[in-house]
Write a protein that binds this ligand. Sequence first.
Ligand SMILES: Cc1ncc(COP(=O)(O)O)c(C=O)c1O
Length: 395
Amino acid sequence: MTSSPFSDDAVPLELLRKRAFNLRWAQQPSDVIPLTAADPDFPVCPAIQEQLIRYVREGVLSYGPPEGLPQFREAVAQWMWVTRRLDCTSEAVFATDSAASAMAVVARACLERSDEVLISDPVDFLFHHTIERAGAVPVRVSSSPATSAEEFIAGMEARVTPRTRMLWLCNPHNPLGVVYPRKWLQSVAEWALRHNLRILSDEIWSDVVYAPHGHVSLASLSAEIARSTVTVYGFSKNFALAGLRVGCIVCGDPAWRKQIIAASDAESTVYGVSVLSQVAVIAALQQGRNWLAEFVRHLRGQRDYVLERLMRWPGVTVHPPQGTYVVFPCIRSLSDDAEKFCDYLREDARVALVPGAERWFGPGASGHVRICFATSRRILQEAFDRMEPAIEAIA
Ligand SMILES: Cc1ncc(COP(=O)(O)O)c(C=O)c1O
């Protein structure tokens, strides 16, 4: 019997200590457990590994087409239909060298200096960072896991101005773990359309959703919503391919897509996605579905375990994530400064978390910490065993 790809022994710690950057193993002292950047500790699925080896052995690594390999675009279009009934042609898919850069390309294509973009608060730092980099202004709309569509719309109403151009949504939401239901999305999207706003829907987390919740892709709601929506998608979270820097944009409107591709500079070869990264994605989408299902099953168990352990932290409140592999507890009962709280845990318990600091998630994250649980049960248990006495000491 082969052991699960998500068993305790599957985590290649020595390799992670050399190769996993971005606040993770390779950037921490060797005795610190990082539950930081949302990047799995597990090796990628064997089908991806084999396909990459085969492609390299064949030895031809020429330029690819600017929009992405036809097989890549076709595989994404099929995946979108099969997994979420998002009806898109392969022409609608544009390969990008990460979801982060997909957001940047859309910002460059669609925003001018001082344009305003509505985003939720809190949300992943890439939202405000990318908008600001394009010279535009992120306008934050307060949001919690309990925020109804009516409340979110009221928040947008209060902030919309003649300079507002876009609404950027994160679904499933990092760091809140919310998976927005169809009605919520429909109301919010219709409000945006009434205000002539285009929508960027960041759905990089859409494959990591826990039943009974289900992902609804914004552009699948209606033809009208699809015309005003660009979907950002990626392969770092679902298939653990963060280091290959690959993602994509799905945009059904040919004129808008042309504008986005022009802004990327892919046609001049200044921009482009490694063909190897695209080959990995083709293998993932065509042969990785069972691996992904098993990964999500593992993550569900991890989520439940984290929630159980967090219940022992006095006064700490947490909304169970409906999707993603991050959990975002409010730790105000233990500390009024999330940065200091995280410094303390790193020093005292040798566990690194991400503080709910404005630079990571916006001012709405204050009093919270983000914990990534895409690791083995053994490592997660060890991390909580280390944190528990440190928490008891300050409670
Ligand atoms: C909501 C969200 N969007 C985009 C990204 C960036 O993903 P990528 O690694 O494809 O750039 C992340 C990564 O954490 C994310 O959480």
